[in-house]
Design a protein around this ligand. Structure first.
Ligand code: IPE
Ligand code: IPE
Ligand code: MG
Length: 265
């Protein structure tokens, strides 16, 4: 069955979309946005020029994701390790870029009905950055379309530590019987309210998770593209979805599961 083409897609996006199977759309896609520095280096530009160009790729990808009706898109923008291991000049630039991006993008978020949120230890960031993030959450809280989550000062291991701590603290405060199982950890992850992660994309050709969504990626399909992040786009998102639809998802069983709504836990 062919999908009816949503309004607002570019020519190439519409063509790719028309070949997709509406019954096998992913509900949650996450992207490791990697390769900004290499993009800049190839052009003999400073690394920050790559980050600046990366914002255009974010804009284009988010716009396409919201137009095709994707329920959830999670973007890895900044890891715990990035914060610790990159020069202060680069991390400060990224913080400033995030603040500017959220402000400039607000009209597009509203137009496209996008709800913005953040995961990670972002409460450790400078206050002015947190203020802008709080503002973006509040301004878009009423939107009902794409849930756009930015992972900022995020680490997959620290997320699991935070989940376990939350469980322990809650059990202590209500004196409840102490028990930990997969469902409980799931419910206490930063992503508890998001659909199961169906597709994890990484740009720039690296074949690693770099501490991103370690728990959630248990049965996700992984798609690695050689494109550097600033060259990514809605078209490339649709190419990744086309590839996703060709995969056989078995979730440990022996038969292909025909769509993306199966939960593993
Ligand atoms: C990804 O690009 C952006 C962030 C991690 C913030 P990089 O800055 O990691 O670019 P490369 O990997 O050095 O090319
Ligand atoms: C992963 O990219 C983090 C983000 C995209 C935010 P890195 O560039 O930090 O990952 P490594 O260092 O190549 O593993
Ligand atoms: Mg990198």
């Amino acid at each position: 069955m062919r999908a009816s083409i949503p309004a607002g897609l570019g020519h190439k996006e519409a063509e790719l979309y028309s070949r997709l199977d509406p019954a096998r759309f992913p509900r949650h896609i996450a992207i490791i946005m990697d390769g900004n520095g290499r993009w800049a280096k190839r052009r003999h530009l400073p690394r920050i020029a790559g980050h600046r160009s990366g914002v255009f790729a974010v804009r284009n990808t988010v716009q396409c994701a919201s137009r095709i009706g994707l329920p959830a898109l999670t973007l890895y923008a900044f890891s715990v390790e990035n914060w610790l291991r990159r020069p202060k000049s680069e991390t400060s630039f990224l913080m400033g870029l995030l603040r500017r991006y959220l402000k400039i993008e607000m009209s597009a978020f509203q137009e496209n009905n996008v709800r913005v949120q953040f995961i990670g230890r972002w409460r450790e960031l400078p206050q002015e950055v947190q203020d802008r993030m709080d503002w973006a959450i509040a301004e878009t809280a009423h939107n009902t379309g794409l849930i756009l989550t930015f992972a900022i000062n995020y680490g997959g291991r620290s997320e699991i530590v935070d989940a376990v701590k939350a469980i322990v603290n809650k059990s202590r405060s209500n004196g409840a019987h102490f028990e930990i199982d997969e469902e409980k950890i799931d419910q206490n992850l930063y992503t508890s309210h998001l659909p199961e992660l169906d597709l994890l994309i990484r740009t720039s050709g690296e074949m690693r998770l770099s501490n991103f969504l370690l728990w959630q990626a248990a049965y996700s399909e992984i798609y690695v593209t050689e494109s550097l992040w600033p060259d990514f786009s809605g078209v490339k998102l649709l190419e990744a979805i086309a590839e996703f639809q060709k995969r056989e998802r078995r979730f440990g069983g022996i038969e292909t599961v025909p769509h993306s709504t199966v939960h593993t836990a």
